[in-house]
Design a protein around this ligand. Structure first.
Ligand code: ATP
Length: 221
């Protein structure tokens, strides 16, 4: 589902990734764990096709990302849901409107279908009480749940998350982590980048550890 084959990424004379190999199967949950500056966002950006490898190849959903252009690249990005540390919601819009935007981008226009899907995802993520609340009035944990709802509303086969608990306290972090586990249990492949060892330790979830651009694989942290 997500494969890195000896990927190197240089920014000018700075070597951000060095011969990185990753293999995440369909429906698997994996962590990507490492300190600030280790290269986590670079890996996420390569998966999304925001960055291209200097050497090696990145294959996601059987697509070689470096080969994609125009409509094919847009299609690839629709197939990879993404969640960021800073939520990236439109603060003046309510929860329903924020999630509906993602459906419209995916060409779902029927009002009834939009309402049906949003009600279902809000029930799944415990957001039903807030469905018409403006995003600016939500807590950090609630905002992140809206961001997750927006990322999964069109059922992408893969979700990548870049430090999704980075702005949250421990209780909210565990809550968000459990939501990602639930999404994975429903069949979605999840790649979860974090620097938070508390989430990783004892989780029994395989972890790719990254340090100074080099990746190692630990199957039972
Ligand atoms: N566009 C860029 N130009 C130059 N250097 C970059 C660029 N993007 C990232 N880097 C460098 O590559 C290295 C890896 O950065 P990256 O953002 O992937 O790390 P990270 O693990 O996500 O860190 P953080 O958790 O702080 O976001 C860092 O040394 C960073 O300064």
């Amino acid at each position: 589902m997500i494969n890195f084959y000896s990927v190197q990424k240089d920014y000018g004379s700075h070597f951000a990734l060095n011969r990185v190999n990753i293999r995440i199967n369909k429906g698997q949950f994996c962590f990507l764990c490492g300190p600030s500056g280790a290269g986590k966002t670079t890996i996420i950006n390569l998966i999304l096709g925001v960055e291209m490898p200097t050497q090696g190849s990145v294959v996601v959903n059987q697509r070689n990302v470096a080969m994609l252009k125009g409509n094919k690249l847009a299609e690839h990005r629709r197939d990879v849901g993404v969640v960021f540390q800073d939520y990236r919601l439109i603060e003046r819009m309510n929860v329903h409107e924020n999630i509906a935007l993602a459906l419209r981008i995916n060409n779902i226009r029927s009002r009834r279908e939009i309402d049906r899907r949003i009600e279902a995802v809000c029930a799944l993520l415990g957001l039903h009480k807030h469905i018409y609340a403006p995003a600016c009035q939500l807590s950090g944990g609630e905002k992140q749940r809206v961001a997750i709802a927006r990322a999964i509303i069109h059922n992408p086969p893969v979700i990548v998350a870049d430090e999704p608990t980075g702005n949250l306290d421990m209780k909210q972090s565990i809550d968000i982590f459990r939501i990602f586990r639930k999404i994975c249990d429903m069949g979605t492949t999840v790649f979860f980048a974090t620097h938070d060892e508390h989430l990783v330790q004892g989780s029994n979830i395989p972890v790719y550890r990254i340090s100074h651009g080099a990746v190692t694989y630990d199957v039972s942290p």
